[in-house]
Structure formats: structure tokens, C-alpha cells
Design a protein around this ligand. Structure first.
Ligand code: NAG
Ligand code: NAG
Ligand code: NAG
Ligand code: NAG
Ligand code: NAG
Ligand code: NAG
Length: 244
């Protein structure tokens, strides 16, 4: 009797794996606009990997807030303290605004679960933001040109006004719901399940960790549908077991 139940459960389980195979892997990145490790991760790992065919199998959520904190003032304005100082708060606001504004002018393509233009814009900012005499220079116009963002003035406007603070505060809530205070920057979460070691490994070998979750046969992953394969193996074992 028991083996039969196991058998049915396994069939259901492998069916679940098969249907799951067409879904996109949720990837969430908690980071900060001026954090050197975040800049390195986005420009050398995340962005280059998402220029390949794996991008269609990723549901990316960028959360530019990190170890900041925020409080609401009496006049309803938000006050932020950021890990790398006040300029980082402005940089985070620019990215929070980009995540909302770019969608209005260049919507996400139907086969994507993130906006590739927004990612290109943010990648450019992470690459090209530089120290200036009195702080930091965020090259919004230059990056808009590189990433083909037509409405960059609306991003700048948003970041300079209350709406940008509201967007950033929401990202703050999202971060603190995940972990308060955030322990490590960047933190990279796959499938909505945090694994400390995996997050660290993904910082240097993003493609390798991501591919563990992609069940599609993809050249970039050198896989032939390993999850499906593993569940078929399990199914066979249990089937054989149930015969005895
Ligand atoms: C926010 O961070 C600042 C600077 O790190 C710290 O002084 C302050 O106590 C923090 N506020 C809260 C509410 O955590
Ligand atoms: C991506 O993930 C969000 C939740 O974070 C979900 O609402 C959305 O439906 C997902 N999109 C796709 C195309 O899988
Ligand atoms: C920006 O990108 C260029 C070209 O890929 C690279 O040489 C440079 O090191 C990057 N700078 C930063 C700060 O990431
Ligand atoms: C936003 O503020 C920056 C710095 O204060 C300023 O240089 C820029 O012109 C402002 N942009 C808009 C659209 O208000
Ligand atoms: C990406 O996928 C397309 C078909 O969808 C294929 O023609 C192309 O060779 C793939 N590129 C790589 C680098 O695997
Ligand atoms: C199953 O996995 C083996 C080794 O890991 C691989 O050689 C084989 O191609 C895979 N088969 C399928 C159908 O994915």
C-alpha cells in the first residue's frame, strides 16, 4: 500500500516539475547605488548574464536600498540615512524612479519578466557614476542615451521630488520585510528562498547559480533539463521499489 501511495505522490511531483519547467526563476537583488560590491556584481555578473538567452527565464526584481534606513517626518516627507552617505540616497532614488518611469515610455517586452531597458540604464549608472568635487555625479543623461531611455527628464524630476522618496521608502519596506537590517550587500535571492552561501556564490558566479534553477535546455547552462532528469530518475526508482 505504502509504495503505491509513494508512486502516486511521485507522479504528481514530477508532473509539477514538468509544468514548473516553463516558469521563470524569481531573482531578487538587494543592493546599494554606491556600494563597490554591488557595482561589481551588476556590471560584471548580472548585466552580462542577462544579455544572453537565460534572460527570458528570469523574473528579476531590483531593490536599490540596502542597509539604509528611513523615517517619516512630521510634514510627511521621508528622511533617509544611507550606508554610503547622502549621495547614495540620491543615487538610490534615481534608480527607484527609473524602475517606475522607464516602464511608461518603454514597456517590458511580452516575453520578458523584467524591463531590459531599465536594467541597461541601471547597469550604466552602476558603471559610470563617479566622484565629483562636492560629492557624486550621476550621469543620467549619458546613461539614458546609452540605454535608449527617451524620458530621462521624468526620472530626474521624480528623484528630485517627494515621489522619488515615496518609491525609495517602498523599496525600504520591501528590504526590511526580507531582512532587518540587511546583513550583506548585495544579497541575491533565487526562487524567493534566501540561502546565504548561494547569495555569496552568486556574487561571483551568477550564471552558475542561476542555471541550477533553470530547467530549460539552454546552451548557456550546458544543461539538458537536469531537474526533469532527476525527477524521472526518482520516479523510476520508486516505480521499481513499488514492484516489490
Ligand atoms: C539610521 O541610521 C543612522 C546612521 O547609520 C543611525 O544613526 C540611526 O539611528 C538609524 N535610525 C534607525 C531608525 O534605525
Ligand atoms: C514575476 O514575479 C512577480 C512577483 O514577484 C509576479 O507577480 C509576476 O507574475 C512574475 N512574472 C512572470 C512573468 O513570471
Ligand atoms: C565600466 O565599464 C568599463 C567597460 O566595461 C570597465 O572597463 C570599467 O571598469 C567599468 N567601471 C566600473 C566602475 O564598473
Ligand atoms: C534635479 O536636481 C539636480 C541636483 O540638485 C539638478 O542638477 C537637476 O537640474 C534637477 N533636475 C530636475 C529635472 O529638476
Ligand atoms: C538563443 O536562442 C535562439 C533561439 O531562441 C538560438 O537561435 C540562439 O542560438 C541562442 N543563442 C545562444 C547563444 O545560445
Ligand atoms: C540526464 O542526465 C545525464 C547525466 O547527468 C545526461 O547525460 C543526459 O543527457 C540527461 N538526459 C536527459 C533526457 O536530460
Amino acid at each position: 500500500m505504502l509504495p503505491n501511495i509513494l508512486f502516486v505522490v511521485t507522479i504528481l511531483l514530477s508532473f509539477f516539475c514538468v509544468t514548473n519547467a516553463s516558469e521563470k526563476v524569481p531573482v531578487t537583488v538587494y543592493y546599494e547605488s554606491l556600494c563597490p560590491d554591488s557595482r561589481k556584481f551588476i556590471t560584471t555578473q548580472l548585466y552580462p548574464v542577462l544579455q544572453t538567452n537565460v534572460s527570458k527565464w528570469v523574473n528579476l526584481t531590483l531593490v536599490p536600498y540596502g542597509k539604509s534606513n528611513h523615517t517619516q517626518e512630521a510634514d510627511n516627507e521621508w528622511k533617509f540615512f544611507c550606508h554610503h552617505g547622502p549621495f547614495e540616497c540620491h543615487g538610490n532614488k534615481i534608480q527607484a524612479c527609473a524602475l517606475h518611469e522607464i516602464e511608461n515610455s518603454v514597456p517590458t517586452p511580452s516575453n520578458y519578466a523584467f524591463n531590459p531597458v531599465t536594467l541597461a540604464f541601471i547597469n550604466c549608472l552602476m558603471n559610470k557614476t563617479s566622484k565629483s568635487v562636492d560629492g557624486y555625479d550621476f550621469p543620467i543623461g549619458e546613461c539614458a542615451e546609452i540605454a535608449n531611455v527617451p524620458n530621462y527628464v521624468s526620472i530626474e524630476n521624480c528623484a528630485n521630488h517627494t515621489v522619488g522618496s515615496t518609491y525609495l521608502a517602498a523599496l525600504g519596506e520591501e528590504t526590511q520585510q526580507f531582512q532587518k537590517p540587511l546583513k550583506s550587500v548585495p544579497t541575491i535571492v533565487f526562487n524567493n528562498r534566501y540561502d546565504k552561501q548561494e547569495s555569496t556564490d552568486a556574487g561571483n558566479f551568477f550564471n552558475q547559480i542561476l542555471c541550477k534553477y533553470i530547467t530549460q535546455p539552454l546552451e548557456e547552462c550546458h544543461n539538458q533539463g537536469l531537474t526533469l532528469n532527476a525527477s524521472l530518475l526518482l520516479l523510476t526508482l520508486i516505480f521499481v521499489h513499488s514492484l516489490f
